[in-house]
Design a protein around this ligand. Structure first.
Ligand code: NAG
Ligand code: NAG
Ligand code: NAG
Ligand code: NAG
Ligand code: NAG
Ligand code: NAG
Ligand code: NAG
Length: 511
């Protein structure tokens, strides 16, 4: 069936020749491959087209280029210049469900809002397109220049095409990971099509020769829970070089030891020993042997701090695998999407967990267990490494020009001197003034270049949100609950109410 999304839209095609940008003045958070750490340049300058050509440690250090053909000079004096943030786990199609799951735990999420809930029976390809487009624009606005979209709304070819088109239309850098898995075809009785993967894999084989899309910004990947030999081979045969999967485990029925199982898919030849990137979301039940596998074969975990706290999968050992981990957001319809927030939450919760070990021994922690620079690296550099792209998430010569310019005029930033602390602990999305992706301006003077209001995108998303809410209200959700519980062989004995807090004096709890 043909859909209107089968033709790449013209929104971002025909852009003008790439200009040369010279950012002059300001504090640059650069990266040194030789020290594997950030290097701060105060009063520097940077020259780039799609790639960073030169960084200087003085404001006038690149002025010899000021008269080069097509150069645009931007006065960035007083600003902070940062690499773009990287989110390695998000389900962008869910934007229109915003605020519907503020108090939902993980199993409830699956049957209410997950890919196996009623959404496939409610959302059309048009709904998927606008949700993906607006969700990816929201990420861009927040300085997330690169993301891994775990696109588990590949219910039909038209839905898949619409999601892919949404990320293409956004102008962001995205690994768009086509989910291969069962598709819900009825709620009551709960029925899924277990053969859906046959056509999903065929569709992937058709799309792959055209990847990357949008001048190299959008790359096709594969998502699967869990990946199979057939999926790995399809990826290899079609030059898809990224596979992503969820890894929760513990009491949850959704896969224990996923990292080990994936590694054992090709006996005699460890599957993770590959130039293909494997990104495992959460790794909540990570064990020492899996941590060794990740290090040995240089594959990554995506820690989604807010999600794992919100839903309760937890991340008890994740602080131990941060050398092979990056940060992700997950279901941005339930909480914040910006990586500044994730860096902050992850930093402070990791600190608390490790402080507590010392406090439990009746001792005073004599140092902090995690630094603000480490949090920043998790949200930038490590994301690039997870995608096997060391030229992303860093400001250095030869890296891709995905660049953020922070204004430092806001009341909460007055008096700053450490730019990394300013961003991780004091900034917010509104402080990001200009954003370049692949050297092209996508946010200027605090506003996205794409006129999402003027083009009616906001109205489309609002209408889609109303449509979902109204259909959801009429849905018999217990049919989905029972269906999914049975699939996972769960019984009521697998569940327990957590302690519920009381925030009001006297009667009632304020819940
Ligand atoms: C960017 O500049 C470099 C160095 O001058 C040049 O080799 C490259 O072709 C330019 N790229 C684009 C896309 O203009
Ligand atoms: C600035 O860069 C120049 C050229 O690479 C170098 O000679 C100089 O030592 C640097 N100055 C500082 C203060 O790092
Ligand atoms: C750049 O901006 C700063 C701060 O606003 C100003 O003091 C300086 O004069 C500007 N430099 C140029 C070359 O315009
Ligand atoms: C299940 O998916 C396959 C494609 O992989 C398709 O041929 C079949 O018609 C689908 N079945 C139902 C009941 O939707
Ligand atoms: C991948 O290609 C090999 C060699 O052509 C072939 O034997 C194999 O069946 C293919 N696998 C899949 C899943 O397409
Ligand atoms: C991993 O693959 C490389 C070749 O790509 C090979 O030399 C090496 O022995 C493999 N390691 C293991 C543990 O299989
Ligand atoms: C909702 O679904 C459950 C489980 O299939 C069923 O027992 C119940 O009768 C349904 N309720 C309504 C109102 O249809």
């Amino acid at each position: 069936m043909l859909s209107r999304f089968q033709v790449v839209s013209l929104l971002f095609l025909g852009c003008t020749a790439q200009s040369l940008m010279l950012l002059r003045g300001g504090t640059f958070i650069t990266y040194s491959e030789s020290t594997s750490n950030l290097e701060i340049i105060t009063d520097g300058a940077m020259l780039f087209n799609d790639t960073i050509i030169a960084i200087s440690n003085s404001t006038d250090g690149l002025d010899s280029h000021a008269n080069d053909e097509g150069v645009q000079i931007v006065n960035t004096t007083g600003k902070i210049i940062s690499p773009g943030f990287i989110d390695t786990h998000r389900h962008t199609w869910q934007t229109a469900m915003r605020t519907l799951g503020p108090n939902v735990q993980l199993e409830n999420y699956f049957w209410m809002f997950g890919s196996g809930g009623p959404a496939p029976l409610i959302l059309s390809p048009d709904d998927i397109h606008i949700a993906t487009l607006m969700g990816t624009l929201e990420a861009l606005n927040a300085g997330v220049t690169t993301s891994l979209d775990f696109a588990h709304m590949t219910w039909t070819r038209a839905h898949a095409q619409a999601g892919l088109q949404g990320v293409i239309d956004s102008g962001a850098r995205v690994w768009w990971c086509y989910n291969v898995g069962p598709v819900v075809i009825s709620g009551d009785p709960y029925t899924v099509n277990r053969s859906a993967s046959v056509d999903q894999l065929a569709h992937i084989r058709e799309l792959a020769p055209n990847s990357p899309f949008n001048n190299g910004l959008v790359t096709l990947g594969i998502a699967a829970d869990p990946p199979t030999v057939e999926i790995i081979e399809t990826a290899q045969n079609s030059s898809v070089n990224l596979i992503t999967a969820h890894d929760v485990g513990g009491p949850f029925p959704d896969g224990d030891n996923v990292i080990t199982e994936v590694n054992n898919l090709t006996p005699g030849n460890p599957t993770l020993n590959s130039s293909m990137a494997f990104v495992f979301a959460h790794a909540s039940s990570l064990n020492p042997s899996e941590a060794r596998l990740l290090r040995k074969f240089n594959q990554f975990v995506s820690i989604t701090p807010e999600s794992e706290m919100h839903y309760g999968h937890g991340h008890p050992s994740s602080y131990l695998i941060q050398d092979q981990a990056s940060l992700g957001v997950d279901t941005h319809f339930t909480f914040s999407l910006d990586i500044i927030g994730q860096m902050r939450i992850w930093l402070q919760s990791t600190r608390l967990g490790l402080y507590q070990e010392t406090l439990n021994k009746f001792k005073i922690p004599s140092n902090t267990p995690m630094s603000v620079r480490q949090a920043f690296l998790m949200g930038t550099r490590n994301g690039g490494l997870a995608l096997k792209r060391p030229d992303l998430g860093v400001l250095r010569e030869g890296a891709k020009a995905d660049v953020l310019v922070f204004s430092t005029d806001a009341i909460g930033l007055i008096g700053w001197s450490d730019p990394v602390a300013a961003i991780v602990l004091h900034s917010n999305v509104a402080d990001i003034e200009d954003i370049y992706v692949d050297g092209k301006l996508v946010k200027s003077a605090g506003k996205l270049v794409v006129d999402w209001e003027g083009q009616g995108f906001a109205d489309q998303l609002r209408a889609s949100a109303v449509k979902f809410r109204e259909a959801f209200a009429k849905t018999n959700i217990s049919a989905f609950e029972e269906g999914i519980k049975l699939q996972g062989s769960l019984t009521d004995a697998d569940f327990q109410d957590p302690f519920e807090v009381d925030v009001t004096r006297g009667d009632g709890t304020g819940f």
